[in-house]
Design a protein around this ligand. Structure first.
Ligand code: SF4
Length: 215
């Protein structure tokens, strides 16, 4: 699936939705507010969006709370300015299980197999929720980040669609068309906190090492 133009597939699906004159429901997995800004601004035009903050990877708890607070801040302010309704669902049940699985990240590196498992874990948690709550569509904001492999994220979610077939997967490659840059501008405009590490405790330790080496 690696040569697929996911942005083109996204545009084709949006075109179909527009033709149908229906405004479907969409469950949007969001890892953090800076990654949420641009995808949400696009998707809210076509869908009734429910944002899912399903991220047991974020460490420590203070950082988790800060990222969640900033998701709320962005949604409240952006939706008020643009007269949009939204829902936000927060899943806080899976920290223990996630942290057991995370131990494999200890001997890996950012972007390696452990990160793929982390993406898989969070996407499945969110996709399952979308399916059980009868959402029409599911997608994730994570394809906006240049540090995240769009092909692999789309492949994971495409496979999940077979398991949860009544909720369609909306392909995406939000980093196309300067998506990440537009998202950063929106984050600045809405005074959103932008973290400097991915999320888990290993990525935090790596961030600290980088900062020490720079000094
Ligand atoms: S670096 Fe990011 S994607 Fe990789 S395991 Fe940690 S939180 Fe997950």
């Amino acid at each position: 699936m690696n040569n697929i133009d996911y942005n083109k597939k996204f545009n084709e699906m949006i075109e179909e939705i527009q033709k149908s004159n229906i405004r479907p429901s969409l469950f949007l997995h969001a890892c953090c507010s800076p990654c949420l800004t641009y995808p949400f601004s696009i998707l809210a035009k076509y869908f009734d969006v429910t944002v899912g903050f399903f991220n047991p990877n974020i460490y420590p708890k203070e950082e988790y709370d800060k990222r969640l607070e900033n998701v709320k801040k962005f949604l409240n302010n952006y939706c008020k300015d643009n007269n949009i309704k939204f829902n936000l669902i927060v899943n806080e049940e899976d920290f223990e299980k996630y942290n057991k699985d995370l131990l494999i990240r200890k001997d890996d590196f950012e972007g390696g197999m452990a990160c793929l498992k982390c993406h898989q874990y969070r996407l499945e948690l969110a996709y399952k929720y979308a399916y059980e709550h009868k959402f029409d569509f599911f997608t994730t904001v994570m394809t906006v980040s240049c540090l995240k492999p769009s092909a692999e994220l789309n492949k994971i979610a495409f496979d999940l669609e077979k398991k949860y077939p009544t909720t369609k997967y909306l392909y995406s490659d939000f980093k196309k068309n300067n998506g990440q840059l537009i998202g950063i501008k929106l984050a600045k405009e809405f005074d959103i906190y932008r973290q400097n590490y991915c999320g888990c405790k290993f990525s935090l330790l790596e961030r600290d090492k980088r900062l020490i080496n720079r000094k």
